[in-house]
Design a protein around this ligand. Structure first.
Ligand SMILES: Cc1ncc(COP(=O)(O)O)c(C=O)c1O
Length: 423
């Protein structure tokens, strides 16, 4: 008897690697994926915000193919290449902040976060780091410690690195105002950690895994002031928000606040593993030679892809497109809300949108309803992701290059799935 792929997966792969679908990809093009059986899916996950420029964008593929034919790996620390230097120059020019910047390349978002903390500690000579409840910063030890959610990210993994503190993230919908959040931070500095020992405050401009909650501008501006007052560095984790997703190249542009360090990954290289930290030149130069880097950091294929991604975003006006798609999606969700009182919030800048569900009887967050919608949509050929500390949010992360007719089809599936989930 043939063993199913699911059985083979279960016996070969640790259950620690969670999987939200059993759709085994065979091929993908822009916003569509086909599985082994030839079933076609519309992809509203984009590999978790990675292919903002779509699966296999012709320019990205051409750039990577050209690089494949020249060389695939030399390790930039041993035999460097011009493309790496040029991409650093490009990021230094476009990352928010009107000051001289420098960049390093690594491979994953978690690694970018790790390095941002290393750089902040080296630059300030301080130890402590403040992050926010519900935030997500990766699965390595510092990433885990900074992440503001225990299950499933920290549970069972033992002692976390010391000197990491959490403050409440301001979410009015959940009864936490900007003022309350700032008061809690003040209390943290009075009760738990001397601000003079804090190297950095790290924040996602829009919480990603935590539930697609945008930081209110007043809060971001206040954080900048607090950082300046105490000599603390502000790290913007733009791993999920970056590269046109929010209708700007970087989400921090919405706030007019310049972080000292910015972490990037995911859609930077349109599907190839590449991550970066860009920040104030003097801060980036604090660690000594050899203190930063890694064998694969700035792999030539990822670097070639990233150049193409930046070109595509500019040539195809993807920031503007993100705003158009996002407003169409939010309009449609508002119309659905008239018929589905489970919807308690529709939000998100640009095309980083989410819908939040409560149980109509209890008015409490309903992960069950969100999951039902996700599974019904999957049956109808649409891949959706949930998120949020309560798991009751559906986030929409389609490629920004999605064709209008495919987008319209997806909107119909979203409506049908929400209405059907009501029973
Ligand atoms: C804001 C943020 N930071 C860091 C990470 C970790 O990135 P990676 O999974 O590439 O390590 C993620 C991943 O979802 C993220 O959303």
């Amino acid at each position: 008897m043939m063993t199913s792929l699911t059985d083979r997966k279960n016996s070969a792969i640790s259950r620690g690697v969670g999987m939200t679908t059993q759709v085994y990809a065979d091929r993908a093009e822009n916003a569509e994926i086909w599985d082994k059986e030839g079933n076609r899916y519309i992809d509203f996950a984009a590999g978790i915000a990675v292919v903002n420029t779509g699966h296999r964008h012709p320019k990205v593929i051409a750039a990577v193919k050209a690089q494949l034919d020249r060389f695939t790996h030399t390790c930039h620390q041993v035999v460097p290449y011009e493309n790496y230097v040029h991409l650093a120059e490009r990021l230094n020019a476009i990352v928010p902040g009107d000051f001289a910047k420098k960049t390093i390349f690594v491979t994953t978002g978690a690694e970018a976060v790790e390095n941002a903390v290393k750089i902040a500690r080296a630059a300030t000579g301080r130890q402590a780091v403040v992050a926010f409840g519900g935030g997500f910063h990766g699965r390595t030890f510092m990433g885990m410690a900074l992440t503001g959610k225990v299950v499933p990210y920290k549970v069972g993994f033992g002692a976390m690195p010391a000197d990491v503190f959490h403050a409440p993230f301001p979410i009015e919908l959940h009864g936490v105002t900007v003022e309350q959040s700032l008061a809690a931070l003040k209390k943290l500095f009075a009760a738990d950690v001397d601000p003079a020992r804090v190297a950095a405050i790290i924040i996602e401009p829009v919480q990603g895994e935590g539930g697609f909650y945008p930081v209110p501008t007043a809060f971001m501006k206040a954080l900048r002031e607090i950082c300046d007052q105490h000599g603390i560095l502000l790290i913007a984790d733009e791993v999920q928000t970056g590269f046109a997703r929010t209708g700007k190249l970087f989400a921090m542009e919405h706030h007019g606040v310049a972080p000292d360090l910015t972490t990037m990954a995911k859609s930077l290289a349109g599907g190839f593993p590449l991550a970066a930290v860009t920040g104030r030149a003097e801060i980036m130069d604090a660690p000594g030679p050899g203190g930063l880097g890694g064998t694969y950091g700035g792999n030539p294929l990822g670097i070639a892809a990233a150049h193409a991604v930046l070109d595509v975003i500019a040539e195809e006006n993807l920031c503007e497109r993100a705003n158009q798609l996002g407003s169409r999606l939010k309009q449609r969700l508002s119309a659905i809300r008239e018929k589905a009182p489970e919807i308690v919030d529709i939000r998100g800048p640009g095309f980083m949108n989410a819908v939040e569900f409560n149980d109509v009887r209890t008015n409490l967050p309903s992960a069950e309803f969100a999951n039902k919608v996700r599974l019904l949509a999957l049956e109808k050929g649409l891949i959706l992701l949930t998120c949020g500390v309560h798991g009751n949010v559906i986030r929409f992360l389609a490629p920004i290059t999605i064709q209008d007719e495919v987008f319209a089809e997806a909107l119909d599936i979203i409506e049908a799935s929400i209405l059907e989930a009501r029973g």
